[in-house]
Design a protein around this ligand. Structure first.
Ligand SMILES: Cc1cc2nc3c(=O)[nH]c(=O)nc-3n(C[C@H](O)[C@H](O)[C@H](O)COP(=O)(O)OP(=O)(O)OC[C@H]3O[C@@H](n4cnc5c(N)ncnc54)[C@H](O)[C@@H]3O)c2cc1C
Length: 454
């Protein structure tokens, strides 16, 4: 059972972090030495990294506030906060995403329609910058505001003070079917505005589009009412239940990790949803980090490409992306996506920024305050033929999302020209903040990380 580590142990972890920074060869780039990752693009060059092994826990929980170390996974964090009857305001779906990773890399989940993104419930954080200082920063500071979507290019968060919300033991679900994306988008707008659907409160909201005329919103309501609950860590697979059931009940714990067990639906690629394989696949290994390691092996040894070649199939392009489009352009985006990319299912997650000050949006990922967006997630391979290495579908998605007034997350591959990248992610502001906190350029610049694969 995990417990809070306390401040003394935190100081030891920070001292170890500082020592490892000081031990880096002069001028060497600064990198993390971290055991898990949910990044989907390649990273060049290993070299020595920062020792973050003492920064993986919860420091303390005090009512609706928690002090958390930067590399604490959400699985660990939630295990501790649930014992206090609380959870972070947004809990990304994958167990090994860390708090620091979600804040710098923009996590999202079904509470984002009312609680915004993970960085919007951070009250204060300590950041190890490229100058080797650990700086305490708050909302409104240039470093704090530029940090979300900076992917470690401005420094590494070692401690974050975050808000929590109370939760009961269970979640009641309704899976509501829509015959078209326009109707679903209209329902999203209504729920974001009123937080109610058909007279019932909505606490969590996400959805899946299986086909142009078969889309579902899953409406979650926190509840204390006792009763039977479903278990999707066994033989049943959560995403399939959306088409079979109109209502369901889960424990809060199981609701939070409902997508992790089968990495949304992506575990099918490893056979993990086949009844025979599933029975043999140990339950404790039905987790996104296990599938992630399998994907890493595939990428290393090009297993999929070899199989495609042997079977005479066209070369496939990997299209693993999450994009945000304004809710009133969702139907247009999905129709275009069907024509140009053709991948289903896709995950839908509505979000609206919590920050309501239009003068002070988050510059490195400048969504508009007061606008509802829908995050569209799609993760798979598209057969395109010999031009696959030049990533035509990924490039087309970047252009379309920009045309529709949306934004693309940067956890996966990106292909922007420098000028477009700087326009979309406020490169000028990033450069200013970097110059102030990292005058020798020890942290790799965001463009070089994301597009240059460094
Ligand atoms: C297939 C797929 C689906 C995804 N779906 C979702 C989703 O549905 N919801 C969601 O919320 N997210 C999703 N993500 C994205 C994920 O939240 C981000 O990639 C996040 O940054 C991963 O966090 P991590 O802790 O695993 O960090 P890592 O993968 O280890 O690192 C990610 C980046 O963050 C930097 N970083 C890590 N820790 C810190 C820190 N403490 N301070 C500063 N920088 C740091 C690293 O340098 C690196 O650039 C998905 C990713 C993938 C690959």
């Amino acid at each position: 059972m995990r417990t809070a580590v306390g401040w003394e142990q935190h100081s030891v972890g920070v001292a170890r972090l500082r020592e490892s920074f000081a031990a880096l060869p002069p001028g060497a780039p600064v990198r993390l030495a971290k055991r898990t990752s949910n990044l989907f693009r390649g990273r060049a060059g290993a070299g020595p990294g920062l020792d973050v092994s003492g920064l993986t826990g919860v420091i303390e929980v005090d009512g609706d506030v928690a002090e958390v170390q930067g590399m604490c996974t959400y699985e660990h964090l939630v295990e501790v906060t649930l014992r206090h009857g609380r959870i972070p305001l947004v809990v990304p779906q994958l167990r090994t995403i860390t708090l620091g990773g979600a804040v710098t890399g923009l996590g999202i989940e079904s509470t984002s329609f009312r609680n915004g993104l993970p960085h919007e419930s951070v009250l204060e954080m300590d950041v190890l910058t490229g100058s080797g200082d650990v700086v305490t920063t708050k909302p409104g500071d240039a470093l704090f505001d530029a940090f979300p979507n900076s992917y470690g290019s401005l420094g590494y968060a070692s401690r974050l003070r975050i808000e929590l919300e109370r939760v009961p033991e269970y979640v009641a679900l309704r899976h509501v079917r829509f015959d078209g994306a326009d109707a679903l988008a209209a329902a999203v707008s209504t729920i974001v505005e009123h937080r109610v659907w058909d007279g019932e409160r909505v606490d969590g909201l996400d959805g899946v589009a299986f086909a142009p005329d078969e889309l579902y919103l899953t409406l979650a309501r926190w509840t204390d009412e006792p009763g039977p609950t479903s278990d999707y860590t066994g033989q049943e697979v959560f995403y399939r239940s959306l088409r079979r059931r109109t209502t369901d009940r889960l424990t809060v714990h199981d609701y939070l990790w409902r997508w992790d067990t089968d990495w949304f639906w992506c575990s099918a690629a490893f056979g993990a949803q086949h009844p025979v394989v599933r029975r043999l696949w140990p339950r404790r290994l039905r987790r996104s980090d296990v599938y992630w390691r399998l994907v890493a092996l595939d990428r290393r040894w090009h297993v999929g490409d070899r199989l495609d070649r042997r079977a005479g199939r066209p070369q496939a392009e990997r299209v693993v992306q999450d994009v945000e489009v304004p809710v009133d352009r969702l139907a247009e985006f999905l129709a275009w996506f069907d024509d140009e990319v053709g991948m289903r299912p896709v995950w839908l997650c509505p979000l609206a920024l919590r920050r309501d000050d239009a003068e002070r949006p988050w510059p490195t990922y400048p969504l508009t305050c007061g606008t509802t967006y829908v995050n569209v997630g799609f993760w798979g391979n598209v057969p395109v033929g010999p031009e696959a290495p030049s990533a035509p579908r990924n490039r087309a998605i970047e252009a379309k999302v920009d045309e529709l007034g949306g934004h693309k997350s940067l956890y996966s591959e990106a292909f922007y020209a420098r000028a477009d990248f700087d326009r979309l992610y406020d490169g000028a502001n990033l450069a200013r903040v970097r110059a102030a906190h990292d005058p020798d350029g020890r942290m790799t610049d965001l463009f070089e990380k994301v597009v240059g694969g460094r």
